[in-house]
Design a protein around this ligand. Sequence first.
Ligand code: AQP
Length: 336
Amino acid sequence: MKRIFSGMQPTNRLTLGNYLGALKNWVKMQDEADTQCIYCVVDLHAITVSQDTAGIKTATREVAAAYIAAGVDPKKSIIFAQSAVTAHSQLGWILGCMTPLGWLNRMTQFKDKAGKDKEKASLGLYGYPALMAADILLYQTTHVPVGDDQKQHVELTRDIATSFNIHIAKKDFFTIPEPVIMGDATRVMSLRDGTAKMSKSAESDMSRINLTDDADLIVQKIKKAKTDAGVVPSNEGEYEGRPEAKNLITIYAALADTSKEKVMGEYGGQQFSAFKNALSDLCVDKLSPMTTRMRELMADVGEIDRILADSADKAAAIAEPVMSDVMDVMGFWKRP
Ligand code: AQP
């Protein structure tokens, strides 16, 4: 049986990037035969950069609501908050103690997220990959769907698991997970800068489309999206060196479930204003059912909490026996 584990940070509301790059594929995976999907809201990871103690609970519920609104079915998949299963922190610490600094020093995400002043970055941000390894290994995960940017962390997870199996457990204890690089996953770029990833925590709200944006705001954001002085490209060669043009075509193709070539065949040579109108219509058409469902879900927080609680029980039922075995392997005293 395949067991899939993946997660998103409740650092803000989810964006079109999160949807097209990950969520859309998560929904497909839950219908694959002999597959159990575990989709986590990784709130412990969210506090590695800043601690929004007033907003994280709502953000966690909103991310869970977005998963469900996008099509993740809580009857088929486990949707839970990472902090609700304490074994994540426990195993994260243990694995952190056996992860050499040399391995962590190679992680490019730390370099990106710590920015120029690394002295101000937290120990948590540095140790993020050890906690991510714990998230994955606790469930004896077989496959981890990730974007290209996260592949390095899954490789590190494999190294940590292999080292634990050889040197500590002296047997095949942890399943060695395979990264599933989502080949058809779309990399959505910022609407203000075609060379930067669309990111939910980027400073400018105009740089992204949030899954909660209403139709007027979507239209406004796409209208103001940066383009260049040319017309819509007609082929791949014409969008090289034009990241903003390429991004809008990529978004259109992903939303319409078609190829970029087909989109360029239809709109190539036209003014961007006409193409942006078509893109806005498509975006509103595809996102509004999701936005409506999210609003309904968020209007009944009790129901979201029931789903999160029920799923946390299911997650804990898998994680706790693994954690108990880790305690034995580590030689820790356990309550008799
Ligand atoms: N722009 C994007 N295009 C394609 N995929 C994306 N993902 C994120 N942004 C894009 C995918 O969404 C998943 C969730 O990732 P995360 O919440 O762990 O954090 P992230 O990758 O760092 O995403 P953000 O939105 O940029 O969050 P912040 O601003 O908090 O850092 C991942 O599978 C990711 O590939």
